[in-house]
Design a protein around this ligand. Structure first.
Ligand SMILES: *[C@@H]1O[C@H](CO)[C@@H](O)[C@H](O)[C@H]1NC(C)=O
Ligand SMILES: *[C@@H]1O[C@H](CO)[C@@H](O)[C@H](O)[C@H]1NC(C)=O
Length: 598
């Protein structure tokens, strides 16, 4: 391991671990132990974050042959379904992890001993400690589930039955009673597909802590467009359920619609209605992280995807706003205008607003009854600036995953988005603020997934991508500058990795404007009027192959011809390739100009 089976393309390494496994899906960082855990079919791996090439520690956790036979007899597929697909890897205590797998359609969980320190190289299943995985992990490996282990309790968005019809947000494992969403109540959850879960505190008071679930579900109304709706839902961590009704069911569950849309020229909104992935960017203020969502379009009308960004202030405003209400089957949804019981539905017990009610079991019956019938907020959550940050339409791929890195570059701080596509590539995108609320988007490079610090899990294996591939931008100062990659800067000799800690005077970079004239004066004598000119001469009557390679994806190439004894340069369009031209002329001048805006 892993030299024989790792494919290396420049700075990218692809691992398939010499294991007969597929479905590498769960990646979990353990910064205390400097390890990364990977879950796949029948295996859990522990990789060294310092040196990913070191042999991983491996746990093999298949199902018994008997279980496998039973699974096959129930009509499931031998390899696709009757394996133990690892879906939960959560830190349990200082020494142990809690893990769950689908167990060939019979979910199971257990503890993994990872030792006190990484140097111990301990990684094994704790013998004799197998739990049922019901309510923790779905039966069907194809159904998306999410989980979070908080204060010794496992919160999960899962399907809890063999048939995959009973979806729930479930709490198990701790001292408190098991809790769930109201069963088969489509107003609460309607065929959901869970995407992400994250604890976001509301105040310094821990009793106000809420767990947010991100998911998409079927529209509740028949024939409603769009058919799919993206949701943000939340529960109080200390919810004990109702006393009169909603016993052992969440009594603080609320959800709202997440909108990601662009207005069309005809005034009709195009909705990116299917939430695919969520990334939570932490800020100095733990109560106010920034939420990035990747969306695609449901149905087959057209292919498109977008990234929308949401603020917690907007999200809280929606949850503090009106509740959606429907008088009966033939009525429209309206904002509930009646009296709202106290404490306001969705408020956590023992919190800032309810210091005297220690448990949801102390809440008046009218609060609990109201919750059961009004789990949805009337208003939807709109993205920051009411439009997507990044949009892709008329392309043959969709974004499926996102991760965001905060980078300190030579000229400021930037957020770099890494967007995974359904084509197996990762796009590195930076979004720059420009005047009047407009934003400019830069695609830095599109790299294939086979590639340090960015880990990509897929059906085939795990890939490690380097974030700074500055050498691909070429050797000239202008090329480096035109690339506008905040990870890179020109150091006087080459385009190299920029690190904010290294105080070097001569680092040249201009992420905001990509203006090499300002940055590279003295380095490129022919840098002039925002263009770089390359002059090539041809002999009269002969053919010459002229080549101009743009190392920066933002450069645009223009070809001009200037005849002998003439001052006029004539631009002409190229036949043949974008970079080269076969011409038969007397004298030519090639001009390469940076493109200012997309
Ligand atoms: C790998 O697994 C597949 C399906 O589980 C099986 O058919 C195949 O024989 C295995 N190959 C090896 C080398 O173990
Ligand atoms: C962690 O939990 C495991 C499983 O319950 C237990 O065996 C182990 O003693 C615990 N370790 C510590 C340090 O508490």
């Amino acid at each position: 391991f892993p030299s024989e089976k790792s494919v290396s393309t420049g700075t990218a390494h692809h691992f398939s671990f010499l294991l007969n496994s597929t479905d590498y899906r769960i990646l979990r960082m353990d910064e205390d132990h400097d390890r990364m855990y990977v879950g796949s079919k029948d295996y859990i791996l522990s990789l060294d974050l310092h040196d990913i090439n070191k042999e991983p520690l491996i746990i093999h956790w298949p199902v018994s042959q008997q279980r496998k036979n039973e699974c096959i007899l129930s009509g499931k597929d031998t390899n696709g379904e009757c394996g133990n697909f690892i879906r939960v890897i959560e830190p349990w205590n200082r020494t142990h992890l809690y893990i769950c797998g689908t167990g060939a359609y019979n979910p199971v969980c257990t503890y993994v001993n990872r030792g006190r320190k990484a140097q111990e190289y301990i990684f094994h299943l704790e013998p004799g400690k197998v739990d049922s995985g019901k309510g923790k992990c779905s039966y069907d490996p194809k159904l998306n589930s999410v989980s979070a282990l908080i204060n010794g309790e496992l919160y999960a968005g899962v399907y809890i039955d063999f048939m995959g019809t009973d979806s729930a947000i479930f709490r198990t494992l701790g001292q408190q009673t098991a809790m769930r969403t109201d069963q088969y109540n489509s107003r609460w959850l309607n065929d959901p597909s869970f995407v992400h879960v994250h604890l976001i505190p509301d105040s310094a008071e821990r009793n106000d802590d809420k767990l947010y679930f991100f998911f998409r579900e079927k529209s509740s109304e028949m024939g409603q467009s769009p058919v799919s709706q993206s949701r943000i839902g939340r529960i109080c961590l200390n919810d004990d359920g109702g006393h009169c009704c909603l016993v052992n069911k969440w009594s603080t569950f609320l959800k709202a619609r997440l909108i990601c849309s662009v207005p069309g020229s005809d005034g009709v909104e195009t909705h990116f209605d299917e939430l695919r992935d969520v990334y939570i960017q932490q800020t100095q203020d733990t109560k106010n992280p920034v939420i990035y969502g990747v969306f695609s379009v449901s149905g087959s009308v057209f292919k498109g995807s977008a990234v929308c960004v949401y603020s917690m202030a907007d999200i809280r405003m929606v949850f503090n706003g009106p509740f959606a209400h429907k008088e009966g089957p033939n009525y429209q949804w309206v904002a509930y205008a009646g009296k709202i019981p106290y404490p306001r539905p969705g408020t956590c017990p023992g919190g800032t607003f309810t210091p005297n009610m220690k448990s949801t079991k102390d809440y008046p019956d009218e609060v609990i009854n109201f919750m059961r019938n009004h789990p949805t907020m009337y208003n939807a959550v709109y993205p920051v600036h009411k439009r997507p940050l990044v949009v892709r339409t008329n392309v043959d791929y969709e974004f499926t995953t996102i991760t965001v890195d905060q980078v300190t570059a030579a000229d400021g701080s930037y957020e770099v988005l890494f967007l995974g596509t359904d084509r197996g590539t990762v796009q590195k995108v930076i979004v720059l603020p420009t005047d009047d609320l407009q934003t400019e988007e830069l695609v830095l490079e599109e790299v294939e997934v086979f590639r340090q610090q960015l880990y990509v899990a897929s059906a085939e294996g795990v890939t490690h991508l380097t974030l700074h591939r500055c050498d691909v931008y070429g050797e000239a100062c202008a090329d480096c500058c035109l690339a506008r990659d905040p990870y890179c800067a020109w150091d006087g000799k080459s385009c190299s990795r920029y690190s904010a800690s290294q105080k070097r005077r001569s680092r040249r970079q201009d992420v905001k404007y990509g203006n090499p004239i300002r940055q590279c004066r003295g380095y490129n004598s022919n840098a002039n009027k925002n263009t770089l000119e390359m002059v090539q001469y041809g002999v009269e009557g002969s053919s010459t192959f002229l080549e101009c390679q743009a190392r920066s994806p933002h450069a645009c190439i223009r070809w001009h011809v200037q005849k002998e004894n003439s001052d006029r340069k004539k631009e002409f369009s190229i036949r043949g390739t974008r970079e080269g031209a076969a011409l038969s002329t007397q004298q030519q001048e090639l001009t390469r100009a940076p493109k200012k805006k997309k």
